[in-house]
Design a protein. Sequence first.
Length: 220
Amino acid sequence: MFDFKVVFEHFDVLVVGYKFTILVFVITAGGAFFSGTLIALLRIAKPVFVKIPAAAFISIFRCTPALVQLAWIYFVVPDITGIPMSPFVGAIVASGLRATAFYGEATRLGLQAIPREQMDAAKSIGLTWLQRERYVIVPQATRIALPVIITNMVGTLRQTALISTIAVPDLMYQGQLLTSLLFKPVEILTTVALLYLVLTIPLTRLGDSLEERWRTRVGG
């Protein structure tokens, strides 16, 4: 017989984990939104010595498993550098680098969707390269890429559950802890799943709404 009363009795434990999950997500997604734009600009740059490393970075982090990246950064990087890394820092670094690759690729596609005439017009009024990118190209590319970026943010949020494997006390970690103590996996893990849905569903809806609005604008 299921007893969800036990969840309410220990809900404060899950709240602690929930706060960690949200914190990691906000730092990761917020930072990657800007670093993704930078990596996208490097990816489409003309110099090969700039373009190739950016493309390699995107490919590595998009084409290898998130758990492998997390384990490599947390366990291997400190071993190579001799610099200790806390679980929280390891989670932020690994999640941030992966998100940067995905957001960067979405932004790159947005940048390449901007008509060449926009750049030529910006040049004709005397704007520098930095001014063209800052005031003309990047804002338009961001609007185009935003639905895809938000979809990727949902993936970022879901993948925060992996940081429990390196003992970051996030929602999943706290849920597993309660499960091992109370032997109520159905009640506790179901609640954990519902708490993730509280965050992911609004983000998904937002992404769908922006995508539909963009299609309507283009179609109109």
